[in-house]
Design a protein around this ligand. Sequence first.
Ligand code: HEM
Length: 416
Amino acid sequence: MAEIKESLFSAEGLDKRLATKKFWKVMMTEYWIPKDINFLWALGVVLAVTFTILIITGIFLMMYYKPDTALAFDSVNYTIMQEVAYGWLFRHMHGVAASVIFLVIYIHMFTGIYYGSYKKGREMIWISGMLLFVTFSAAGFSGYMLPWGQMSYWAAAVITNLFAGGSLEAWGLVEWIRGGFAVNDATLTRFFMLHVFLLPIVILMIIVMHFYTLRIPHVNNQSSEDIDFDAEAEKYLSGNKKDSKVIPFWPVFLSKDFAVVGIFLIFYFYLVFFNYNFAMDPVNFDPANSMVTPAHIYPEWYFLWSYETLRGPFFDMFGMKAGDIGLIIFGLAQMIFLVFPFLDKDPEIKPAYQRPRFHIWFWIMIIDLVVLSVYGKLPPTGANAWVGFYATALFLILWISLPFVTKADAKARGAL
Ligand code: HEM
C-alpha cells in the first residue's frame, strides 16, 4: 500500500482510507432522482424518520420496562406513565409512531402499486419492501403484548391460537410458540426479546437492503417514463440543470423531503400531545386476566383487514375443515402482495390512470380493504359476518382477476 501522508482526522485522510468522496458521490450527490415526482415520493424518508423515532423512544422505555407478567403492567402504567420524568411522553411518542408508521407504510405501498413501481427491473425493491411489511407487522404484534393489559393478553392468545387452527393443532405448534399451554411468562419474555432485539436488527438490515435495491433501477416517476439516467445526469453535471429530467438525491431531493417530513412531524406531534388515545385501546388499561375474556377481541387497526378474512362463516368443503379454509385465506392475505410483480401481466410500466381496467381494480381493492377493516372491528355475528364473508370473497376474486385485468389493458393498448 502506498504511504498515506494525510492525517486520519482530515477529510483527505478519511478519503484515502475509506474512499469517502466516492461513496458520497455514488450514494448522495450523483444518485439521480427524477424531477417528475410528487410528495408521495417523500414517504420513504418519512418512514425512515418514524422508524428512528421508534428506536430512540423504545430505548428510553426499555430502561424502565419489566418483562415479567407480575411486573409488566405496573412498569408501564405506573412507573413509566407516572413516576419517570417525561415517561408519558416517550410512551405516547412510541405508541403513536407505531400506529402512524402503518398508515404511511400502506400509503407508500399503494403509491408503488398505483405507479407500477414494482414492475420489471424494480421487483427487488418491492420484495424487500414487503419483507419490511411482514417484519413491521411482527414488531407491531409483539410490542402490543408488552404492556400486559387485557387486550395484550387476549390478542396474543387469539393470534397465537391461529397456529392451532384447523389441522395445525396436531403439530403442537402453538405450545411451541407460547412456551406453554396458555399465554404465560415465557410467551411474554420471548416476545419481548423479539420486539427489542431480533426484529429491530432484522428490520434495520432490510431497510439497508431496500435502499440498496433502489440504487440501480432508480425510483419511478409520475408518468412512469423510462428515463435514460446517464444521459440526463450528464446534462445536469454540464450545467444544463433546467433541461435535465433528474436531480441529485443530495442536496436537492432530500431538502424537499425534509419539508414533507416537517409537515408530517406537525401532524405526528399533534397526535402525540392531543390525540394519543387513538393508539391506545381503553380495554388495555385493565391488567391481563386469563379468567376474564373481553367481550370483543380485535387487533390494532392495521391488522383488521387480514383478521377479517380469517373470520368468515366458512364451512367444511373440498375435504377441508372450515378452520383450515379461514387460515389458508388469512395466510394468503398476508403474503399475496409479495407476488404483485408476477401477477401483473402488463409488460409496460404505466401509472394506473393510463390502465383503465387496472385503475378500477385498484380503487375496488382499496374500498374492499377499508370494508374488511371496518368489519374486522365489529363482532362477527349476524349480518356483519356476511358482509365480512362477501368482502373476503371479493378480495380473492380481485387477486384471481389481476393477471386477466392487466393483460386486457395491455392488449387494448397494443402492447401484447
Ligand atoms: C419502514 C419501511 C420502509 C422504508 C424506510 C422505505 C423507504 C423507501 C425509500 C426512502 C424509498 C425511495 C423514495 C420513495 O419512493 O419514497 C422507497 C421506495 C420504494 N419503496 Fe419503500 N420503504 C419502506 C417500506 C416499503 C414497503 C412496505 C413497500 C411495499 C411493499 C415498499 C416499496 C417501495 C417501492 C416499490 C419503492 C419504489 C418507488 C418508486 O420507484 O417510485 N417500501 N422506500
